[in-house]
Design a protein around this ligand. Structure first.
Ligand SMILES: Nc1ncnc2c1ncn2[C@@H]1O[C@H](COP(=O)(O)OP(=O)(O)OP(=O)(O)O)[C@@H](O)[C@H]1O
Ligand SMILES: [Mg+2]
Length: 456
């Protein structure tokens, strides 16, 4: 037998090197190289006589589509993030911080599919069957077609999956399962990669939907090699403030739907409940008549969401003033500060600025710019904005306010939530045809935006 060889692999990107290196040449990350045995090469060469299991090549028009067969989970928020339900044969990774509620989500999903579609096999390497039963009692997810299996050996899981032929297989988590034919420990780069690859073959070969849980490291990246994210069809992140009760499910990759959609849940004793009126939740603790707090009609995919942008500007005691941003890109904050200095004349150069989006939401769309500018100016001047006004608009480097997308949905949401005035880009106003009771104030520059929201 050939002597097994070992090599060093980067845990971030999977880069292979014969010797240890402090910095990975593949992705530039530090201290990510770990030593692992290399699987001996097959050495058989390519056989032209092997037809494989995927069937012969087909004309593209003859390939069956599966969209009509999506399995609805009974959880609307989850279905929307998946793009309308579970696609048979899809391979989905659910990532998230420890204790955020991944197992809870998947157990509820499993029960939903069991109720509506057929057998579900929930394999857990983290918890005993009794623990899972206790959770199921609490969540009310007991169902005769929901089968649990406490197992870490992937071959045994695959064996049982072949026996019971479920509609959905859940593996919680990919870091705890192992393939007995590989010498490395569960959770190591090669185990995670090979186990995922084997599950992929099961998913595609048996047209079985598989959900796996993946742990996220403290830095926020998925533990194990990045290749995991490439192997799967869909990557969902379950996130939220552990100390608050709501959770956001977000698709960061989806081969079967948009990645813009989010699902919002509230963690209760009886499990995760969908949050229909998210704006109400995010604005629940908003202080009124406080300088630095502005409400903005954001879009998360196709869903409008009112969020509160908060800024605190105070005289700095540091040589270089501090700027921190939570829920907003720091570069965006720096840019808006520069625009306020140069185009409006607010001297923020010797002030610290802290901004956050209340409730742990992350906003990436440029439409937040004007609300950010108003929040900063409001805190700087200690002048509260009108509490019944919402602000939206993208800001350019010349201080101009640019049009944003889906303005009518944003106006509807503001109206629904009882706001009666909106400061928005004038360009949006021109193309608007809807009728609304909300007073619309169109602005062309940041200066005008500040005047409209704060007064002079
Ligand atoms: N008895 C309970 N009542 C209400 N909420 C509970 C109860 N037990 C647990 N929870 C909630 O469920 C969360 C843990 O959920 P879950 O075990 O699904 O998380 P997880 O992401 O799978 O964690 P891990 O990373 O440890 O596997 C807790 O943080 C808590 O918010
Ligand atoms: Mg868990």
């Amino acid at each position: 037998m050939a002597k097994s060889r070992s090599a060093f692999f980067c845990q971030e990107c999977g880069y292979e090197s014969p010797r240890w290196m402090g910095r990975c040449p593949g992705c530039g990350a530090w201290n990510t190289m770990v030593e692992e045995p290399v699987n001996p090469p097959g050495g058989r060469g390519l056989l032209t006589s092997d037809p494989g299991t995927g069937g012969p090549p087909l004309a593209i028009g003859e390939v069956e589509t599966e969209d009509a067969q999506r399995l609805e989970t009974g959880m609307d928020e989850l279905d929307r993030v998946l793009g309308g339900g579970i696609v048979p044969g899809s391979f989905v990774l659910v990532g998230g911080d420890p204790g955020i509620g991944k197992s809870t989500l998947l157990l509820q999903l499993a029960a939903g599919v069991a109720r509506q579609h057929g057998t579900v096999l929930y394999a857990s390497g983290e918890e005993s069957a009794r623990q899972i039963r206790m959770r199921a009692d609490r969540l009310g997810t007991i169902h005769p077609r929901l089968l649990v299996l406490a197992e870490t050996n992937l071959e045994a899981i695959a064996h049982h999956a072949a026996q019971v032929a479920p509609r959905l297989l859940i593996v919680d988590s990919i870091q705890t399962v192992f393939r007995p034919d590989l010498p490395s420990a569960p959770g190591s780069v090669s185990q995670v990669r090979e186990c995922a690859a084997q599950l992929l073959r099961v998913a595609k070969g048996q047209n079985l939907a598989i959900f796996i849980v993946g742990h996220v490291t403290k830095e926020g990246s998925l533990a194990g090699p990045r290749v995991l994210e490439h192997i799967v069809d869909t990557v969902l992140y379950f996130e939220g403030d552990r100390h608050a009760s709501f959770r956001i499910l977000r698709a960061v990759k989806n081969r079967f739907g948009s990645t813009n959609e989010i699902g919002i849940f509230e963690m209760r004793d009886a499990g995760l409940a969908p949050v229909g009126n998210a704006s109400q939740l995010f604005l629940a603790e908003r202080p009124v008549e406080v300088a630095g707090s502005v409400v903005m009609p954001a879009m998360e995919g196709t869903r409008p969401l009112l969020v509160e942008v908060q800024a605190l500007v105070s005289a700095s005691t540091f040589v270089t003033p501090r700027r921190t941003a939570e829920g907003i890109d720091l570069n965006r904050l720096q840019l808006i500060i520069a625009v306020l200095e140069k185009r409006v004349g607010l001297l923020l150069g010797n002030h610290d600025a802290y901004v956050k989006v209340a409730g742990g939401v992350r906003l990436a769309e440029p439409a937040i710019d004007l609300a950010l500018a108003v929040a900063l100016a409001s805190s700087f001047r200690d002048q509260p904005p009108d509490p019944r006004t919402v602000v939206v608009g993208e800001v350019g480097l010349a201080g101009e306010v640019r049009a944003v997308s889906r303005i009518d949905q944003r106006i509807r949401e503001a109206e629904k939530m009882g706001f009666d005035r909106m400061v928005l880009p004038r360009a949006n106003l021109r193309s608007l045809s809807m009728k609304t009771d909300v007073e619309l104030v169109g602005v062309e520059t940041v200066m005008e935006g500040l005047e409209a929201a704060l007064g002079r």
